[in-house]
Design a protein around this ligand. Structure first.
Ligand SMILES: [Zn+2]
Length: 187
């Protein structure tokens, strides 16, 4: 894992501790000396994310973490906040018992948490996630912060997939997985 501050590729482990379902490692960048934390855990199998373009990929906690970390960069948040948000969301996703989750649902979960934590991080995340293309859309999101109203879908944003559609994609994906598993001779 690269240093989150300077992107250098190497670090040393200065502390390593077992936590509930994995190992937490405190690291120090060998270039800039910054300290950061990594978690190593067993990835429970079988949670898939359906993207806006209907592609389907396995849920990746690091990807989620990177998105939140970018939004929270240099914001005065207590250390561990970003990891906590990712942990919360991951736990909620797995506990939901679903096998597929629309990426928009995950995006909304992040937005919901950032909204109550830090408005700048919230706007940053929203600008990427909602793909702001003009100042009007940005203003709408800022307005919801001021008014305290829930964020409504912005014009031009793809609607969430219906349950039927999700089911259909899931079936298609499962068939593909089975085919793949057969070929690789796993499970
Ligand atoms: Zn560094």
């Amino acid at each position: 894992m690269n240093c989150p501050y300077c992107s250098y590729h190497d670090s040393k482990v200065i502390d390593s501790r077992e936590i509930n379902d994995g190992i937490r490692r405190r690291r120090q960048c060998l270039k800039c000396g910054s300290r950061f934390t990594t978690y190593e855990r067993l990835q429970p199998a079988g949670l898939f994310v359906i993207k806006k373009d209907e592609r389907r990929e396995e849920f990746n906690r690091d990807k989620l973490l990177t998105g939140i970390r970018k939004a929270c960069e240099k914001r005065p948040l207590p250390s561990g906040t970003v990891d906590k948000i990712a942990d919360d969301i991951e736990a909620e996703l797995y506990h939901s018992g679903k096998l597929e989750i629309a990426s928009t649902v995950i995006g909304d979960m992040v937005m919901e948490r950032l909204k109550s934590l830090d408005h700048i991080a919230y706007i940053r995340f929203a600008s990427v996630y909602r793909e702001f293309t003009d100042i009007t859309t940005l203003k709408q999101v800022v307005d919801t912060l001021v008014s305290g109203e829930p964020v409504s879908p912005v014009p031009g944003q793809l609607p969430l997939l219906s349950n039927d559609k999700l089911e259909e994609l899931a079936k298609r994906g499962r068939r593909k997985d089975r085919a793949k598993a057969g070929k690789l001779n796993v499970k």
